[in-house]
Design a protein. Structure first.
Length: 136
């Protein structure tokens, strides 16, 4: 009788461990998958990972103007554009070689200029808004 109750108790314990195991596995996989949701935190309009921390120049957009409207950088450096205005703007090359796309109020966009030259740009919505990046 004792042996039987011992066997039953052991079986109950084994069943409990067996039942708990899948739950541990599920909890683990949930923890592992949670970082997947974090990239949506990034608010940049550009799909490329923007090296915002290393921007050589920052152009602020406010009162329907780029400030400063001209910035000089070296080849390979990055310019960060910030829209502090009350309406959306874009940063679009005159020659179409780059564009930020729609930049809502408060958004940021960075672009790296690889080659020497002067890059004139304007806002697609307000084409009197003009600026230039001089890459030396
Ligand atoms: Cu604009």
């Amino acid at each position: 009788m004792n042996a039987v109750s011992y066997y039953l108790a052991a079986a109950v314990v084994a069943a409990a461990v067996f039942a708990a195991a899948p739950h541990r596995g599920f909890a683990e996989s949930t923890v592992h998958s949670s970082p997947v949701a974090s990239p949506s935190v990034a608010g940049d309009a550009s799909p490329a990972p923007a090296p915002t921390a290393s921007a050589a120049a920052t152009i602020d957009t406010k009162n329907f103007a780029y400030a400063p409207d001209t910035a000089t950088i070296k080849a390979g450096q990055t310019v960060r554009f910030v829209n502090s205005d009350s309406v959306a703007h874009t940063v679009s090359a005159d020659d179409g070689s780059f564009t930020s796309g729609n930049m809502p109020t408060g958004s940021k966009w960075s672009h790296t200029f690889a080659k020497h030259g002067t890059y004139a740009y304007l806002c697609d919505y307000h084409r009197y808004m003009k600026g230039a990046i001089v890459v030396k």
